[in-house]
Design a protein around this ligand. Structure first.
Ligand code: AMP
Ligand code: GLY
Length: 429
């Protein structure tokens, strides 16, 4: 098989890593890829948001299978374009991807199908109405921009002044672009977060191992939200009883809801959950794998990813083929100085050769690029040091030992990934 992977972050490096291991795969092309993927696959220039350009690229390359990493091409309809041409692709249609593309669509879907989620105060398309609504909410309140906002569209507002300022930034100053034209206000939930991702061909589904992301930039869940500073997966993360509740109260009603609405959802479905005292509740859906969750998930895969994804795209998923390594895995993200705010790129990354030697560790690249013989930073999240082991402690130990060998100017990372930090609700500044 020739496989095309769309995207260029750590998640896509994780996909390339596992696809390359398959005896079914003789060629992997990644568009656009990054400095680390380049060492393992062919990389070609591409814009994730340019569906026409990606279709033209696939026309030229003729892949047997295309796997889409990021949400943007899915929300813009890449799966519809591929399906029209009878090309195999892993990822939902534009209509199905609305589950991530519009938080209001997702909330209404959850309510229509009685799936547990935070209480909705209301959806607003004028800032005046949103400000007025703040008089009747409990604090803190959660404000969500409706559309895609590159991970910046959710704010947990601790008081009316800060909530008002956020609404002003997104609805009046358009700081997040068109995704902020409408907002919803909802109840703030307390508990621990859990990422539960399933793969489905529209009929059958299989859960991936559960993971926990660490979205805040600083240790102890402090500071602003990021795309994710690290994730881990372990057998202990999700007791069997709770797993069954998630399956029966959330996963299956969601998949039945799609079917009832005439949506054939195919691909990865990311369910972001809050484990509250009154049970698991949906925080968000994404129409793709998470990043850095995918890195921790890939580290535990004990199956042929190309085979599973090819079955999936052909509408013939065999859930029993997904087998997982027991134990645990972790991904620690190394970020550029200043991220998630402004940061400088082009810093030379050092220590990777020695760092790659530790058993059970894989260094997955995100914002890196090759220049002559050097590897330079080129994004906010630069590397994801990913490790697996028989226990979470072993995986965490191996990952941080590796982190200690890597250096670039301004590098920062969380020191508490996988250590149970940050059990409290973190409100915005
Ligand atoms: P989202 O972009 O929807 O994933 O939200 C980003 C983050 O905001 C989530 O991972 C949670 O940490 C937080 N969040 C979203 N909705 C809520 C909520 N209703 N209550 C508390 N935190 C939330
Ligand atoms: N790590 C969260 C996400 O991928 O949306």
């Amino acid at each position: 098989m020739k496989v095309l992977v769309i995207g260029g972050g750590g998640r896509e490096h994780a996909l390339v890593w596992r696809l390359k291991e398959s005896s079914r795969v003789d060629r992997v092309v990644c568009a656009p890829g990054n400095g680390g993927i380049l060492a393992e696959a062919e990389c070609v220039a591409a814009e994730a948001g340019d569906v026409g350009g990606l279709v033209a690229l696939a026309e030229r390359l003729g892949p047997d299978l295309t796997v889409v990493g990021p949400e943007l091409p899915l929300v813009r309809g890449i799966a519809d374009e591929f399906s029209k041409r009878n090309w195999r692709i892993v990822g939902p249609t534009k209509r199905a991807a609305q589950i991530e593309g519009s938080k209001i669509f997702a909330k209404e879907f959850l309510r229509r199908h009685n799936i547990p989620t935070a209480e909705l105060y209301g959806c607003y398309d004028s800032p005046g109405d949103a400000y007025s609504a703040l008089c009747a909410v409990d604090w803190p309140v959660v404000i969500k921009a409706d559309g895609l906002c590159a991970g910046k569209g959710v704010f947990v507002g601790p008081n009316p002044d800060k909530a008002t300022a956020f609404i002003e930034r997104v609805m009046e100053k358009n700081e997040l672009g068109p995704g902020g034209r409408r907002v919803l206000l909802e109840e703030a939930l307390e508990g621990e977060e859990l990422t539960f991702i399933v793969v489905t061909d529209g009929e059958r589904y299989a859960p991936l191992v559960p993971t926990r992301d660490h979205k805040r930039v600083f240790d102890g869940n402090q500071g602003p939200n990021t795309g994710g500073m690290g994730a881990f997966s372990s057998d202990d993360l999700l007791p069997p009883g709770l797993r069954q509740i998630i399956i029966s109260n959330i996963v299956e009603p969601t998949l039945r809801g799609f079917a009832a609405e005439g949506i054939r959802y195919q691909g990865f479905l990311y369910i972001g959950l809050m484990l509250t005292l009154s049970g698991p509740k949906v925080l968000e859906f994404n129409c793709r794998l998470g990043d850095p969750e995918a890195q921790a998930i890939a580290a535990r895969m004990d199956f042929d990813l190309a085979e599973i994804l090819n079955d999936l795209a052909a509408g013939q998923l065999v859930p029993a083929k997904l087998r997982w390594k027991p134990g645990a895995s972790v991904c620690v993200v190394l970020a550029s100085g200043g991220y998630p705010g402004n940061f400088k790129s082009g810093k030379r990354i050092e220590g990777l050769t020695g760092a790659g030697q530790i058993n059970g560790v894989k260094i997955l690249h995100a914002g890196t690029k090759r220049q002559n013989d050097s590897l330079l930073t080129s994004g906010g999240r630069v590397l994801g040091v990913t490790a697996s082991g028989p226990t979470l402690e072993a995986a965490v130990g191996a990952a941080y030992e590796t982190v200690g060998k890597i250096h670039f100017e301004g590098m920062h990372f969380r020191k508490d990934i996988g250590t149970g930090a940050g059990r409290r609700i973190a409100v915005g500044d």
